[in-house]
Design a protein around this ligand. Sequence first.
Ligand code: BES
Ligand code: MN
Ligand code: ZN
Length: 491
Amino acid sequence: MTQAFDISRHSGSVLDLACDALVIGSVIGHALEGPASEVDKALGGLLAAVVSEEAFEGKDGQRVLVHTHGRLNAKRVVLVGLGKSADDGGRQLGARAARLGRESGFAKVAVAASARVSARSVIEGARLGHYTYDKWRTTESKPSKLKTLTLCMPIPKGERELGEATASAIMLARDLVNEPPATMTPRILADQARWVAESGGLDVTLFDKAALNEKGMRLILAVSAGSSEEPRLIHLTWRPPNVTADTPSVALVGKGITFDAGGLCLKPTGSIEDMKMDMGGAAAVIATMQAIATLKPDLIVHAIVPASENLLGSAAYKLGDVYRSYNGKSVEIMNTDAEGRLVLADALAYAVEQKPREIIDLATLTGAITIALGDETAGVFGNDQALIQEILACGAEAGEALWHMPLDSKLKKQIKSDVADMKNVGKRTGGAITGALFLEEFVGGTKWVHLDIAGPAWSTRNEDTWSKGGTGFGVATLLQYLSRAAARLKG
Ligand code: BES
Ligand code: MN
Ligand code: ZN
């Protein structure tokens, strides 16, 4: 567990503040303005001299550190480049300040900026930059000594709560993904979801194997058949106070494969090691529901997660098998490693039954999307241009990289089956698109967006807000979406 540090606010001059390091975010063209210029004066021009010697311009990632030797209450001043604009630099600034505190063994770090950054994003970034997953270590690799992070900027009403709630949710999602598969089975994931629901006053319905059988969710059952761990369908619901007939509702659906071995189409070494992350979509959706208790959006929110393992035990589903999904369409299995779209098919059909105005699904669906977009950007597919644009805007606000991909119906022939309504895999080319086209078959006419988060759900580096392992990608975008959805869907 990462121990928490306090976040406080300093309203006087930055010169008065005693701390181990005063971290000042600097924007290109305004590198030495605001608090940086105050500090420079107090140091008799030293900061400006170092900035010029080091050719510091405020470029993203640039950094300059100056010891003050008692000429300032802050022992050190650190200028941190935020690039062109401070708009999305708040998270970076907060993360770099908290990381500096952790890595240098500082107890007290202060944060200021030469241009306006939002306190909310600094708080979010600081919590995320300080996050580590140490649950299974006997001794934490290097315990953080950070006790207080002091913000030298206004914290408008409510921003602290929003920043903290967003960061807590993202860290919960990271914890869920980082937990080893042996201790994050579908049953345990469902227990975690129940705990989130009970602490936040949400309704919870859990379907176990018998219930899934009764309901006819044959695709979830097929995927889970190769494992002795039983599947679950998790359904959480947020209902705001005073629900009326006009209260809009939306559904969030997250792929919850707690370990993807590929089934009989077993993944090779090199592709299988990190496959506990195949519930990144589920983690994001469940964690988002945790933050809802703070956000209290005035709309009904369904969170639906099909949870299963994908193994190759003796009862495993086979190639050539045909199963009927929850919405009645039949699917021929042509690749047991294309399991995500199968469990999502049942879950999306179930989501449609809740009659939401919009469905957003998040899934670590295809390796192909990482070939197209790299490891840090999620692909956005959908059947409604306005909703796609809305999600893209939410991602931009939330600081998560999204890219619009075509739901190209020319590729639909790839998933035609010789014996059933469709098969679960197309060709290698356009693999992320055929995955999305498959999902589209299960949303009926409901407005729907699919985020393929196979790349950004997992990080291989510790840098800024990113930490190795699960990233919690999607939570920030979903919270942004929910905070705007009530007003948008009423209008
Ligand atoms: N969970 C994987 C996708 C994935 C790959 C996520 C790499 C994160 C990193 C998914 O279930 C899968 O195996 N997809 C196959 C689809 C193919 C069989 C059509 C893939 O990407 O190879
Ligand atoms: Mn797979
Ligand atoms: Zn998978």
